[in-house]
Ligand binder design. Structure first.
Ligand SMILES: Nc1ncnc2c1ncn2[C@@H]1O[C@H](COP(=O)(O)OP(=O)(O)OP(=O)(O)O)[C@@H](O)[C@H]1O
Ligand SMILES: [Mg+2]
Length: 238
């Protein structure tokens, strides 16, 4: 069954009314920037991370995934923050089964299996968003994300989806995002105008680059209204 997504925290109408600011246009720009970020190879799989908690990674992930269905026919969002997952809350779906469960049977993936893939559409687009939540909690998330099995899973997904977006935890808390960044085509780094410490961001970026991640660029969130005209390209506001 397909559902229309109306996550409260991403409510476009509510935000339009309050700020008169087309924040979804910012995400469309971000999607376009990602598309043209690497001239040498197609960017089909991206992951989102940041230096510290609560900088806006999961919000960027869900909004970017939603605008991407206007461009791609099958978009997959995977919640790989296995320690503090929120995508099931944003999309209001169950998290009983998710990516950690799917890891057990990488060989046979049915994207129409509604136990795993929660499908979303909107009125304007032909594309569909498939949300794969984090699933059953595991004792060793980093090991799981660094495994060959996880890499194989992403390879399988590449055959089935046109664009894949992966939500990751912050780098300065745990290193889970590192193995994920190594196998994606690019990493989007989120910084918050309100919260991010410059040195923390620099350390996290250095860690990504040292580990072979292809950092596509940064997204600035939580921008102050007074500086909006300058920063609006990069972030959105509440
Ligand atoms: N652009 C924004 N402007 C204002 N508030 C925002 C913005 N993006 C996210 N927030 C708020 O910041 C909080 C954290 O957001 P989110 O869960 O997206 O961050 P996160 O980086 O994924 O956090 P975590 O590290 O815990 O996974 C939420 O309360 C969210 O509503
Ligand atoms: Mg998050």
């Amino acid at each position: 069954m397909e559902r229309k997504v109306a996550p409260k925290r991403n409510d476009t109408k509510r935000k339009h009314k309050s700020s008169q600011f087309d924040y979804m246009e910012v995400y469309r720009q971000l999607r376009t920037n990602i598309e043209y970020s690497s001239f040498n190879k197609d960017v089909k799989v991206v992951n989102i991370t940041s230096s510290n908690p609560a900088e806006g990674k999961s919000s960027v992930t869900s909004n970017l995934a939603m605008v991407s269905i206007a461009k791609y026919s099958k978009v997959l969002l995977i919640d790989c923050d296995l320690r503090k997952p929120v995508q099931h809350k944003i999309f209001k779906v169950s998290n009983k089964i998710g990516v950690s469960n799917l890891m057990k049977d990488v060989h046979d993936i049915d994207i129409d299996d509604e136990r795993y893939f929660h499908k979303f559409k909107d009125k304007e687009s032909d594309g569909k968003l498939y949300v794969l939540t984090s699933g059953k909690s595991v004792p060793n998330p980093q090991e799981l994300l660094a495994s060959e099995k996880f890499k194989d899973l992403i390879e399988k997904f590449k055959e089935k989806f046109d664009f894949i977006i992966i939500d990751c935890p912050p780098l300065n808390a745990v290193a889970d995002a590192i193995p994920v960044s190594r196998i994606t085509d690019g990493t989007v780094f989120v910084t918050s105008a309100r919260d991010t410490d410059k040195r923390d961001a620099k350390d996290a970026l250095t860690m990504l680059q040292r580990n072979g991640a292809n950092v596509l660029g940064c997204v600035l969130t939580k921008v102050d209204k007074s500086t909006r005209s300058y920063y609006s390209y990069y972030g959105n506001e509440e």
